[in-house]
Design a protein around this ligand. Structure first.
Ligand SMILES: NC(=O)c1ccc[n+]([C@@H]2O[C@H](COP(=O)([O-])OP(=O)(O)OC[C@H]3O[C@@H](n4cnc5c(N)ncnc54)[C@H](OP(=O)(O)O)[C@@H]3O)[C@@H](O)[C@H]2O)c1
Length: 432
């Protein structure tokens, strides 16, 4: 196909870490991309806050603007690429771009997870595409595989390590027997964690990504606020050491599964058996495991963040849309076809194996007391260790057989109120 036709115009909202990577790829590989899509891809406008900032890429100053509406409404722009982050003004600008007939590419998980309904409804009404490959898994292809390559399957469950910052922290805590505060401090100095690490450390970033994935695979909207979410702040070096003794490593997992009564969707630290492939996903790497009814188990693995891996996903979205524009067609497979909100299973009804670490008073019969306290709620113990006694307190660590979340919580409330149990130090789930 000739590439002499009118170029495809790209307007960018934001040109920070990821945006500069996108500019670099579009500049360095323009001939290759023109060959692959049949059209030249040209940067038409780049909206930023500070036009004088050094972005580490050679950007024609004439392209830069602080007027973001000039990007979303420019007649030369066919595709608006949103790389600002956050929800405001990003969501309103994406909606404005859609209303002006632009296709949209975004890496913004929070915007898609919270405002997907508004964004996709507007896009469907206007007949334009919204692509968001970089919003989950950074450079790992996740959205396209779900929407295209695995379309023959019903995916019944998935589990993933989908936040690189927390995986870096847990890996360093495991390999170097260090505390969270110490490793977090280092991660911030090295640029692996934000100055405000809340979104990562408290699990919100993984929750947004899980909402997007669950919506895709179960074909419904997911209310992100209903997803059970625990971050890694409660994970200690002591728990990591006990987990190792039992043959596990601790990972922050995002899990979703379809049940008759609703969708299970949760983010929390989890003890993963050392022999499971997920236990070997270390540092800033991400991995996603899923089960398709026809294909069986599939694992997607790679760099879940970083400038060029994320830019790879963004530019691939741009090129896919450019190719569809050239062919004068839109892909129904890539559009959002659902609008109802799925029913999420309450966390209290989910089933897990549990790791429990209790501090108990060193008295005869305490072990029996704790065992029967759990047993009264139908909870059986799979493994148990007791550590040395210090200051009249003994530490008991249990791994239970699968139990209902509500039963564990009731049993622990009763044990905590008893004279025998000094403290419930840790409650973690075992998985994946
Ligand atoms: N970084 C990663 O590894 C990664 C991975 C996956 C997904 N993402 C997602 O990609 C998106 C961008 O991330 P990033 O790391 O590239 O962010 P970043 O480095 O902070 O860049 C943000 C850009 O948006 C511009 N911007 C922000 N608010 C603005 C406003 N109100 N008006 C005008 N310009 C504004 C900034 O302009 P100035 O430069 O002038 O300040 C900057 O160019 C986010 O949604 C993020 O979640 C990032």
């Amino acid at each position: 196909m000739s590439t002499g036709a009118t170029p495809i115009g790209v307007g960018m909202l934001g040109c920070g870490v990821v945006g500069a990577g996108v500019v670099k790829l579009l500049q360095d590989k323009s001939a290759l991309y023109a060959h692959r899509t049949g059209r030249r891809i040209e940067l038409a406008k780049v909206g930023v806050r500070d036009p004088h900032k050094d972005r580490g890429v050679a950007l024609d100053a004439a392209l830069l603007t602080t007027d973001l509406h000039a990007v979303t409404t420019d007649p030369d722009v066919d595709i608006v690429v949103e790389l600002m982050g956050g929800t405001e003004p990003a969501v309103e600008l994406m909606l404005e771009a859609i209303r002006h007939g632009k296709h949209v590419v975004t890496a913004n998980k929070e915007a898609i997870a919270k405002f997907g309904r508004e964004i996709f409804t507007a896009a469907n009404e206007m007949g334009v595409d919204v692509y968001f490959e970089a919003s989950v898994g950074g450079g790992i292809p996740v959205i396209q595989p779900f929407k295209r390559s695995l379309i023959a399957n019903e995916v019944t469950e998935l589990a993933g390590i989908i936040n690189g910052t927390t995986n870096y922290i847990l890996t360093a805590m495991t390999e170097q027997a260090r505390d969270l505060a110490d490793v977090l401090d280092e991660a911030q100095r090295l640029g692996y964690a934000e100055a405000d690490p809340t979104a990562d450390v408290d699990g919100h970033d993984a929750k947004y990504k899980l909402a997007i994935l669950a919506s895709l695979i179960f074909g419904c909207r997911i209310d992100v606020d209903q997803i059970h979410c625990e971050g890694i702040r409660g994970v200690t070096a002591t728990d990591i050491a006990y987990a190792k003794q039992f043959g596990y490593v601790i990972k922050l997992l995002a899990k979703a599964a379809q049940h008759e009564r609703g969708i299970e969707a949760r983010v929390h630290p989890c003890l993963v058996p050392v022999g499971h492939p997920m236990a070997a996903v270390n540092g800033v790497y991400n991995a996603l495991f899923l089960k398709g009814d026809a294909v069986g188990d599939v694992m997607l693995y790679g760099r879940g963040a970083g400038q060029m891996p994320t830019a790879s996903a963004v530019v691939s979205d741009i090129l896919n849309i450019a190719s569809d524009i050239t062919a004068a067609k839109s892909s129904r497979l890539m559009a959002c076809q659902h609008n109802h909100t799925g029913t999420l299973l309450p966390m209290s009804e989910t089933i897990s194996q549990f790791y429990l670490r209790l501090s108990t008073h060193d008295r005869p019969g305490v072990l029996g007391f704790v065992g029967s306290g759990l047993g009264q709620h139908g909870i059986s113990i799979e493994t148990f260790v007791q550590s040395r006694v210090t200051g009249g307190l003994a530490e008991m660590v249990f791994i239970t057989r699968p139990a209902r979340e509500a039963d564990i919580q009731h049993a622990l409330t009763q044990l905590k109120a008893s004279d025998s149990v000094h403290d419930v130090s840790s409650v973690l789930r075992v998985g994946p």
